[in-house]
Design a protein around this ligand. Structure first.
Ligand code: ZN
Length: 357
């Protein structure tokens, strides 16, 4: 199956239709690995998020980048270890990096990561010491570096270092250099959170490929690996939530609880920049659909008026994102700046409240 072939009815690539499931509980998961949860989210926010976090938290951009690359590579190792067949080292040896990379390249195109091409490996035969790839229009350069580092580490079972340099305004060269030290079993462990609550979300399926018809609002450019919402032009990509959580948890571990408020603030800004007033005012049904198509979780209650916004969501993907979105929605609907309070219930539900600031 060519995963970059698209559905003649809705335009969604077969690599998406066959591999991802939009579930009634408001989640998107990998069909072969239901533990792997993803969100389909505005990706231009992401590099902006790293930049703003460094400003708000007062740490260097370089440090944020290191944390992002390390945490993302850890999530990628855990994911690949679960999904790749046993003996992957042997497979890599037999089919070679070139075939591996061609699979990664098509994957990148359908997931919205940009255009990835293999630059070469050194030495040309045998165990590589260094592998080079080029990426054009990356969805997030630190995320891509983390993914590539994690993939090389799983294939070679050795720790790797990753460096990148810009070639021009769109293209980057990324080099992975493999070390001598072998990976231990503990380097593959990552806590995954399975969605706990069943849900009743219903999507109208495309009659041909079965994905939600809502996805017709997005257009896939499979030459450049860029997905955009057709009306607004906003760029989106699919992200594993475990990778994002790993990044946020590491930053919180290092810098304290203020990380959570910083993420909420940046997502508020992103929501204001990205959402139209019409989308913000689309009410319970509109926002419930919008959240579920993005795999953010299942909205089960929402009230908005001038006095505030109250919401409840089952299986929230990244609570800070949803709280930031809630602040943005409140501000767009009422014209007032809000302040937020939120908590997770024992059953995992997110309760968030916004009141005028
Ligand atoms: Zn279709």
């Amino acid at each position: 199956m060519k995963i970059t072939r698209t559905c003649g009815e809705c335009g969604v690539p077969m690599g998406i239709a066959r591999n991802l499931a939009w579930n009634p509980d408001g989640t998107i998961t990998q069909r072969k690995d239901p533990l792997h949860r993803l969100i389909f989210f505005e990706s231009e926010n992401l590099d902006r998020l790293w930049g703003r976090l460094s400003e708000i938290l007062g740490v260097t951009g370089e440090h944020i980048r290191e944390v992002v690359v390390e945490s993302k590579s850890r999530a990628t190792r855990a994911f690949l270890r679960r999904t790749l067949p046993w003996g992957v080292e042997l497979i890599a040896r037999v089919i070679g990096y070139r075939s591996m990379m061609s699979a990664i390249e098509s994957q990148g195109l359908v997931m919205g990561y940009g255009k990835i091409t293999l630059g070469g490996q050194y030495p040309r035969r045998g165990r590589p010491e260094r592998v080079t790839v080029y990426i054009e229009d990356p969805y997030s350069l630190p995320f891509f570096c983390g993914d590539f580092k994690g993939a090389a580490e799983v294939l070679e079972r050795r720790w790797a270092k990753v460096t990148e340099q810009p070639l021009d305004s769109r293209r980057h060269q990324v080099d992975v250099t493999l070390g001598e030290e072998r990976l231990g079993e503990e380097s593959f462990i990552l806590r995954e959170e399975r969605a706990e609550k069943p849900g009743d979300m219903r999507f109208d399926p495309c009659p041909r490929c079965g994905t939600p018809l809502e996805l017709r609002r997005f257009s896939w450019d499979l030459v450049s690996g860029v997905i955009r919402e057709a009306r607004s032009g906003r760029r989106l990509a699919f992200f594993g939530t475990a990778g994002m959580r790993a990044v946020f948890e590491e930053l919180t571990h290092e810098l304290g609880e203020r990380v959570s408020d910083a993420i909420i603030e940046v997502e508020r800004e992103n929501a204001l920049a990205a959402l139209s007033a019409e989308e913000a005012a689309s009410g319970y049904e509109g926002l419930r659909m919008m959240a579920a198509v993005r795999g953010l979780g299942l909205l089960t209650a929402l009230e908005i008026d001038q006095s505030g916004l109250r919401l409840r969501m089952s299986n929230p993907a990244i609570p800070e994102y949803i709280v930031g979105l809630a602040l943005g929605v409140f501000e767009l609907v009422t014209g007032k700046r809000g302040s937020q309070r939120w908590r997770l219930e024992p059953d995992g539900d997110l309760i968030a409240e916004v009141t005028p600031a």
